[in-house]
Design a protein around this ligand. Structure first.
Ligand SMILES: [Fe+2]
Length: 498
């Protein structure tokens, strides 16, 4: 009996093991198969890019771009595109006097480089201008053999230490219409700004057609107002582990080469009298090497800054607002680094929605850094409702005005005006539509505190692209419920305050 039991036991064991192996094998095949199918379906979105249509570049000065050197108060770089082969070129720079006269020009010889992309090539010129004077206005004239000269002007910041700029999240507008109208609106705004900050994904994809569309949108502003931009994933030709930034980026935007060793001209910082402005190319912060390089560089540039304020700009947010999205490296590695390093304001993109989060003391007081995500793109995503964000929004096209003086950073987000029915290109004269407003100020012991001036402003959730099938309707109902719950909680807070 006993022997039989033993025999029975021994006889069953290999059957169980075989069954286990069979199940494991089936699961592995299913997983591999499923993974393979998913990879095949999503390969293009995750790693690839649409083909670039063949193009030619005329012998015509275009895409003139003004960027700052490391010292914002005295250095600029100008770059432009002209033709497909290097030609003799000169940049003439004259100071414009207070009376409007131009003084005798200084001549600069730009460098020229032919950049070949997938389906064409273009010659990019670049010239570095330093020892410029604060408070002065400069006229420049670009000459390239065989092309019509191009002239424009830019102003250096005034002697006053204040800095004012506009930050835009993703612009991504392949049809040009909305972004052109929005840039025209900003151009007509009476308030002077020192620069634009773009948080990545200016374009739909790395092709000549999309760059042409982007320069058409921003118009002459790109050669008049300095641009501080970070690349986003849409400026990358290859994504994932074999990532590769579009070849045009570094030549178009002549950023200071003060970033981590392998990311020169992509991650960088610019110094202002009261502000160090730090830019991280987060699409390339993926492998261990780039994480390590960026982390130690960020620690160093935050730590060594002598300015009272630190603003950091990048594409992939530390706490996403797009539903279901998580940028693990940014969240688990760089969020703490930004907090402990003393960043005050962090400007982000990628999620095509709006969110603002603040850091809190153990008593619940709001302190720096404030983390913002914004978007100016007509492409909108559904937001999540994480409690980490103090303020949310969806389906909006926004721009942010940020003013810095020694005591405060004043941050305000506005909705771009909508076109009048039947007049899509006109700009509607209407009061600004404030969407968010905070002030960062130095409190006791140098702790940077945050005042929230948007508590009484209703949040807007205008995303509605759920689809009409039953799944879409279910999602829409769930979203509407979450919006209602949030509105009720907000109204409750306002009532309690009154
Ligand atoms: Fe993006």
């Amino acid at each position: 009996m006993r022997r039989r039991r033993v025999h029975h036991h021994v006889g069953q064991k290999p059957t169980k093991t075989r069954r286990g192996w069979r199940i494991a094998l089936i699961l592995a095949v299913l997983l591999l198969g499923g993974g393979g199918i998913l990879l095949k379906l999503r390969w293009h979105a995750w790693f690839g890019n649409a083909p670039e249509a063949p193009y030619t570049i005329a012998q015509e000065i275009s895409r003139v771009t003004l960027t700052p050197g490391e010292d914002f108060t005295q250095a600029r770089t100008l770059s432009w595109l002209c033709g497909e082969a290097p030609h003799t070129s000169t940049l003439l720079l004259s100071r414009i006097t207070a009376k409007g006269d131009t003084l005798r020009p200084r001549a600069f010889t730009p460098s020229a480089e032919v950049i070949a992309s997938r389906s064409g090539k273009g010659c990019y010129y670049q010239v570095k201008l330093d020892s410029l004077n604060r408070g002065e206005r400069y006229l420049y004239r670009i000459e390239v053999e065989g092309a019509r000269p191009y002239s424009d002007a830019f102003s250096m910041p005034s002697e006053a230490p204040q800095t004012n700029f506009i930050y835009l999240g993703d612009i991504q507008d392949p049809a040009v219409a909305e972004s052109k109208r929005n840039f025209d609106y900003l151009r007509r705004s009476p308030e002077a700004i020192d620069f634009f900050a773009f948080a990545g994904d200016q374009i739909e994809g790395p092709t000549d057609t999309y760059w042409r569309a982007w320069y058409e949108s921003i118009g002459a502003l790109s050669g008049e107002v300095p641009i501080l931009a970070t690349p986003g994933n849409h400026e990358y030709l290859k994504k994932g582990f074999a990532r590769e930034l579009d070849v045009r980026w570094v030549r178009q935007f002549g950023y200071p080469k003060n970033g981590p060793e392998d990311f020169l001209g992509r991650s960088y910082f610019v110094d202002f009298p009261l502000l160090r402005f730090i830019v991280l190319d987060t699409t390339d912060i993926m492998g261990l090497g780039s994480i390590r390089q960026h982390r130690s560089w960020l620690r160093k540039v935050l730590g060594e800054s002598k300015q009272p304020w630190q603003i950091v700009l990048f594409h992939h947010a530390v706490d996403c607002v797009r539903e279901g999205r998580k940028n693990l490296v940014m969240h688990y590695v760089f969020k703490d680094e930004l907090i402990s390093g003393g960043a005050d304001l962090v400007l982000q993109g990628h999620d095509h929605g709006y969110a603002r989060a603040t850091t809190r003391t153990s008593e619940g007081d709001t302190i720096a850094p404030a983390f913002v995500i914004s978007s100016a793109s007509p492409k909108v995503y559904r937001n999540g409702f994480s409690s980490v964000h103090d303020r949310l929004g969806s389906g909006l096209q926004l721009y942010q005005r940020i003013s810095i003086d020694s005591a405060e950073i004043r941050y305000a987000s506005y909705r771009f005006p909508q076109p009048i029915e039947g007049h899509r290109d006109s700009i509607v004269p209407e009061p600004r539509r404030l969407y968010d407003s905070i002030v960062l100020y130095k409190g006791e012991g140098g702790l940077v505190r945050i005042r929230d001036y948007a508590r009484d402003l209703p949040e807007r959730f205008e995303f509605n692209a759920f689809g009409t099938d039953s799944k879409g309707r279910k999602r829409a109902a769930q979203y509407a419920k979450e919006v209602r719950d949030r509105h009720e909680a907000q109204e409750e807070r306002i009532r309690a305050k009154k």
